[in-house]
Ligand binder design. Structure first.
Ligand SMILES: [Zn+2]
Ligand SMILES: [Zn+2]
Length: 118
């Protein structure tokens, strides 16, 4: 999972951006330095931190295989761009191969726990 943030995304007139940090914490630590040196903020107010977190873009590759939730089925999805994309793809497979019109909430929970993110 990679984390990207641009000051412009929270309405700052500033070209600063951090691309592809490996964690949200890493990104926020770097952002503290930028906030202090470029915006004169000795600490980032909580309200601002919340806005920043909302503006952070996460990019990763999402993978899932039916076998991981105990399905006797060779189906796998690899490298979807978002969890939402993967789940929408999976719902087609669930419908056509497992005859599930909708994926039950508890199955969905188990699926989400087995989704691999890289
Ligand atoms: Zn900035
Ligand atoms: Zn399956």
């Amino acid at each position: 999972m990679k984390y990207t943030f641009r000051c412009a995304d929270v309405g700052m007139d500033c070209g600063f951006s951090i691309m592809n940090a490996s964690s949200e914490d890493e990104l926020l630590e770097m952002l503290k330095i930028h906030a202090k040196d470029s915006h004169g903020l000795t600490s980032i107010p909580q309200e601002m931190v919340n806005r920043i977190k909302g503006a952070i873009k996460k990019s990763g590759k999402y993978s899932f295989s039916c076998a991981d939730v105990g399905m006797n089925c060779g189906f796998q999805i690899e490298n979807s761009s978002t969890e939402d994309e993967l789940l929408r793809e999976l719902s087609i497979h669930a419908k056509m191969s497992h005859k599930m019109e909708t994926i039950p909430q508890d199955t969905l929970k188990a699926i989400k726990q087995k989704i691999k993110v890289s």
